[in-house]
Design a protein around this ligand. Sequence first.
Ligand SMILES: C[S@@+](CC[C@H](N)C(=O)[O-])C[C@H]1O[C@@H](n2cnc3c(N)ncnc32)[C@H](O)[C@@H]1O
Length: 387
Amino acid sequence: MTHRLGPIEAAPGLELLGPRGPEIAQLFTRPFLVLHRASGLYTARTCLLLLLDLGWEARLRTGTTLDALCAGLPDQARKPLAWMLPFLAGEGLLQVSNGTYRMEGEPDLDLVNLREATEIEVPGHGTNFDLLDGVRSHIQPFFTEGKAGEGLLFDLALFPLWLSYFRNENLGYFPNNLLTLLALRERLPAGARVLELGGGAGSFAQLLARQGAEQGWLGTIAEYRFTDIAPTFLRRAQRELKLAAPGLSLSFQSLDLNRPLGDQGIEAGSLDAIVGVNVLHVAQDLEATLRNLRTCLKPGGCLVVGECLKATLDTPLYLEFFFSFIKSFTEVRLDPHWRPRHGFLTPEAWEAALTHAGFQDLLSVPPPRPLMDQHPNFNAGAFSARA
Ligand SMILES: C[S@@+](CC[C@H](N)C(=O)[O-])C[C@H]1O[C@@H](n2cnc3c(N)ncnc32)[C@H](O)[C@@H]1O
């Protein structure tokens, strides 16, 4: 069946994974590697199918530049298209020459085959593809009517798909949580007061409660404050985490990382750890947010950041497809040194941003180089840094 997916990347050797290698190596199972490959392919095909749905086949066959494609479209179309065209070229579905993108021949856009091949090796992960189908079927008014991506992608029809995507049972998402937990675990002092930013569907808190209980360190956490900006996520977490994360001393509050935390009831120097999985990239002003978070930590307290990572700033990551329609992802303040691009960053860019904001004693889980040079498709990691 593998031939339908093409070559599957080999798992990285233990020597590339650093001191927590044995735990990290468990992530690179055959099903994970197959899902990763299939998700990249499915995203690329969905992305081109979306352009065809929009009626742009003739333009793509003749050849079009980004500027030509954007002419007559709402301004907001530019950022996703600026991401999609090079992504599709990188995936071999468009040809590019001097900035002109062209569709040639009959590219393989079969989604059914891809789903079937994946289901055989990675059963029960159809949600990842359902979500991509959902984005394709909902997002057209973003281009045709200038409607906001948030409203189209987080409506009632798609919300359950997001919830099932952000779960530890999803092999495609789990590495984000596990790596963040490994980074947090070893820096927890006894009696720790921990705050989670953008806790969303609660999968990180669940993993922490489960592994903490199994491994006997859950008692080091005296208080776990679960926060998110979205009332829907907060209500759901309040309802479900008490059962799903037993043994964790939980409190809940609404918190916007783009506003000073001091104005939202978080005292300066009051926390031992602040943790966020796939959330800090939405900070409108990353430098200001990082500095603000640092003031909330006790001296020596830790910020732990789990993020999707790119091998280079110019490498489009298939996971960016969803997010390129969302303003909080694309409309952030840029700085050539501390925030060179919107969206996901390289490990080096995160390290520079954290250091610039005054954090020290940085630790990366796993050490990103040479891992990401040899496995450019490995795209998750966590950093912990002391205030
Ligand atoms: C990509 S999800 C990550 C979800 C979560 N960490 C998990 O693993 O299930 C991003 C989360 O950040 C939240 N978020 C977005 N903007 C935010 C902001 N300005 N302040 C705090 N949280 C925010 C969203 O509501 C969402 O729950």
